[in-house]
Design a protein around this ligand. Structure first.
Ligand code: PLP
Length: 445
């Protein structure tokens, strides 16, 4: 029995021993196609020689130096790379060790911005239902994934919560897409006015929702409306792109496809592609200028911020993506994947919706297609699908639905940007088989 506190304390996961390209091999020599990048992490696949070489070089020269004494050339280069490729005036970067730390950093940076400009009465965040922003207490507080936050709720700061943008689940039959979007924006404006705009720090949202509902994109115009409302009331717009960012959707930042530029952006998973733990916050000029002109100090920090080896891995990952024009690959292979999911899985009796952007796709399962009634979460359909896919050598990321029927079991698919068409065909065919078999078993109960 393992002595690690694994997520499940009743089972021990398979033991991975090696990985190359899109595949991970376990201790028994079985190969798995990593079609979810773990949790949308491995954007370049595994064992990329240039990333490994960059990490080796960095370790030989300088593995780590504490930021109260030094910066490093590599971390400065990574900041230059990220701010050069970001749109607008997202001219500053702050490096941490993962997504939750990035979200905590973003929340504190936003709060400090208002303290610095003489508006300390701003203490509240607005965030959405059906969202995931991480597992630390601040990130969990802004997150709207009820299953993950329920038992910790008494420990969390109060957050004003508005509806998610989930067209499949929440657009009424008598509403156009535009009317639905406007309804959500009206709700947001009402929440701002009820709370008092002068008390609000920022609105925090995933551009394409990942871990809660499975690659759920916003409706057209939704984030433009959000940007307008944030500007109207002097509220910061914080985009959490920890999962959907860094090329996963076909543009470096998912918000580029929505025609907006946030004030603060969090990124992580695809930044380092899993080669090292790394996350970052990108911040706009006005935020950093306010701190520079004010206290001159960001009141935040962790021991491993700006870690040189993590920066070397991320810099190499991002340079390969740019040089090899992998975003074009994401767009092409993503279009192929999304169409195959729509056509092949869409015909299944219990597939309610297929959705996503680029190589970030979601499949939602329902007991009844017409009423969109989810399967009873107690049946743990997602867990059976995961187990059966693993048995067939396929890694996808299934998650459960909610007890109150807000959304059903769903499957997240996020293969590496180097994925091939035959590999995508294997993903879709295997899912077709597994979903058919597992939902048939439930129907026959
Ligand atoms: N934000 C989003 C949108 C995420 O999807 C995640 C993780 O899935 C996080 C934050 C937290 O990141 P981490 O697990 O690296 O702490």
């Amino acid at each position: 029995m393992s002595q690690i506190i694994h997520r499940s304390l009743r089972t021990t996961p398979a033991v991975a021993v090696s990985a190359q390209g899109a595949y991970i091999t376990d201790i028994h020599g079985k190969r798995f196609l990593d079609a979810c990048g773990g949790a949308a992490v491995s954007c370049l696949g595994h064992g990329h020689p240039e990333v490994l070489a960059a990490m080796h070089r960095q370790i030989d020269q300088l593995a780590y130096a504490h930021t109260s004494f030094f910066t490093s050339e590599t971390v400065e280069q990574l900041a230059a790379q990220l701010t050069r490729t970001a749109p607008g005036d997202l001219n500053y970067a702050y490096f941490v060790s993962g997504g939750s730390e990035a979200v905590e950093t973003a929340l504190k940076l936003a709060r400090q911005y208002f303290v610095e400009i003489g508006q300390p009465e701003r203490t509240t965040f607005i965030a959405r239902k059906q969202s995931y922003h991480g597992n630390t207490l601040g990130a969990l507080a802004v997150g709207g994934n009820e299953w993950r936050r329920r038992q910790f709720a008494p420990l969390l700061m109060d957050v004003v919560r508005v509806s998610a943008c989930n067209e499949y689940r929440d657009r009424r039959d008598d509403e156009s897409q535009q009317q639905y979007t406007q309804r959500l924006l009206n709700e947001l404006e009402e929440a701002i006015l009820t709370t008092g705009p002068e008390k609000i720090i920022g609105f925090c949202a995933e551009t394409v929702v990942g871990a809660t509902t499975g690659a759920t994109p916003p409706t057209p115009g939704y984030f433009q409306g959000v940007r307008r409302l944030c500007d109207k009331y002097g509220i910061l717009y914080i985009a959490d792109e920890v999962m959907c960012g860094m090329g996963r959707t076909g543009t470096l930042h998912a918000f580029e496809q929505d025609g907006v530029i946030p004030d603060i952006v969090t990124i992580a998973k695809g930044l380092g592609g899993g080669y090292q733990p790394i996350g970052a916050v990108l911040a706009s000029e006005k935020i950093v200028a306010a701190l520079q002109a004010g206290s001159g100090l960001f009141q935040h920090g962790h021991t491993y911020i700006c870690h040189a080896t993590a920066a070397a891995a991320a810099l190499a990952v991002q340079q390969v993506i740019e040089r090899d024009n992998l975003l074009a690959q994401v767009q092409q292979q993503g279009a192929y994947l999304q169409q195959a999911l729509r056509e092949v899985l869409g015909e299944l009796l219990h597939v309610g919706d297929t959705r996503g952007r680029g190589l970030f796709a979601g499949v939602e399962l329902v007991q009844d297609k017409a009423s969109k009634t989810p399967f009873d979460p107690a049946l743990k359909l997602h867990a059976a699908i995961k187990a059966q896919c693993m048995a067939r050598g396929l890694m996808v990321y299934p998650m459960g639905g909610t007890l109150d029927g807000q959304y059903g079991d769903h499957i997240l698919i996020a293969p590496p940007f180097i994925v091939t068409r035959p590999q995508l065909d294997f993903v879709v065919d295997t899912l077709h088989q597994v979903i058919s078999e597992e939902t048939r078993k439930l129907a026959g109960r």
